[in-house]
Design a protein around this ligand. Structure first.
Ligand SMILES: CC(C)(COP(=O)(O)OP(=O)(O)OC[C@H]1O[C@@H](n2cnc3c(N)ncnc32)[C@H](O)[C@@H]1OP(=O)(O)O)[C@@H](O)C(=O)NCCC(=O)NCCS
Length: 275
């Protein structure tokens, strides 16, 4: 149940309540652990998971999670987030503003498929417990509304090197018992059933495999866009920096060529009497 900030405060809550960090003079406690014990002992990815979920990943699990962050880090200026950051960098804004411009391009459509795929994978696992057709039913529901299954298909790749590599790493962790493999199996069922229905091979994309891995690690679906911002954020920082250093000024979304932008509004009236 959501409450207004004022209501929570007036009924005895503190203005900010957090289970994450406790900051006092000369003392920083994060999720119950002293920051000096974390520094030097946990990796960036382990810290991200610890902050978010309050639990520690094993070294192997953290490496797999980190691989997801590495896989999503860059897709060149074809990706709107990268292009936007580079354009901003040519407009005289501060470097962090250029980075924020790129990050702010991430949404339900660009970078958002992971969250939706994770929700579907979590829900499908629940449904499979008492309904063996859960995968087919979900596909029927998506097909009926002429939707697309998130985590499948790509405008450019049909054999994405990121997907096969992440699969390979996941299989190592399934073999060593570090992850169960349940969500990867569900993802594979979706691939098989979707391919049958479409009558051709439908490929898992980087968002699909990243979603399954994050489900294996029990990361909440709602956190996916924030995590992707940290992953793609690396690429955005690098591209914005490169563009900034190039000294190019005011780079628009396309070259200044007439045919690239077409006016489709009302035409200017000609020959009418002046009033
Ligand atoms: C990425 C995406 C927009 C590419 O779409 P696209 O350019 O239309 O892909 P294709 O041209 O290869 O699609 C061809 C066919 O496969 C179908 N298709 C493609 N991706 C599909 C999906 N995820 N679910 C169901 N059907 C899909 C299309 O509907 C089309 O079917 P048709 O020939 O019967 O009309 C699309 O695959 C998609 O929306 N995927 C889901 C969202 C997602 O995962 N985004 C992250 C991308 S990294």
């Amino acid at each position: 149940m959501s409450r207004s900030a004022l209501e929570a405060y007036s009924t005895g809550g503190a203005w900010w309540e957090t289970e994450i960090s406790h900051i006092k003079k000369n003392e920083i406690i994060i999720r119950g652990e002293r920051v000096e014990d974390l520094i030097g002992n946990v990796s960036y990815t382990q810290m991200l998971f610890f902050l978010l979920c309050g639990k520690h990943l094993t070294e192997a699990q953290a490496k797999l999670f980190e691989s997801v962050l590495v896989a999503g880090s860059d897709h060149g200026p074809r990706a709107p987030s990268i292009a936007a950051a580079r354009m901003a960098a040519t407009c005289g804004v501060s470097f962090n503003s250029a980075v924020a411009t790129g990050v702010n391009m991430l949404g339900d459509v660009h970078g958002g498929a992971v969250e939706e795929a994770m929700s579907i994978l979590y829900k499908t696992k629940e449904n499979l417990a008492n309904h063996e057709n859960a995968v087919d039913d979900k596909l029927t529901e998506i097909f009926n509304r002429k939707g697309k299954l998130p985590g499948f298909g790509h405008q450019l790749h049909d054999d994405d090197p990121r997907v096969s590599r992440l699969y390979e790493l996941s299989e190592e962790l399934i073999a060593s018992g570090e992850i169960s493999g349940t969500y990867l199996e569900i993802l594979a069922s979706y691939r098989d059933r979707l391919s049958e229905r479409k009558g051709r091979n439908m490929t898992i994309n980087v968002d699909g495999i990243s979603a399954a891995i994050q489900c294996e690690l029990e990361i909440p679906a709602e956190a996916a866009k924030g995590i992707f911002a940290l992953s793609r954020g690396m690429g955005i920082v690098a591209h914005a920096y490169e563009e900034l250093m190039s000294g190019v000024r005011i780079k628009g979304p396309c070259p200044n060529e007439e045919h690239l932008v077409r006016y489709t509004g009302v035409q200017k009236q000609t020959g009418g009497e002046e009033s």
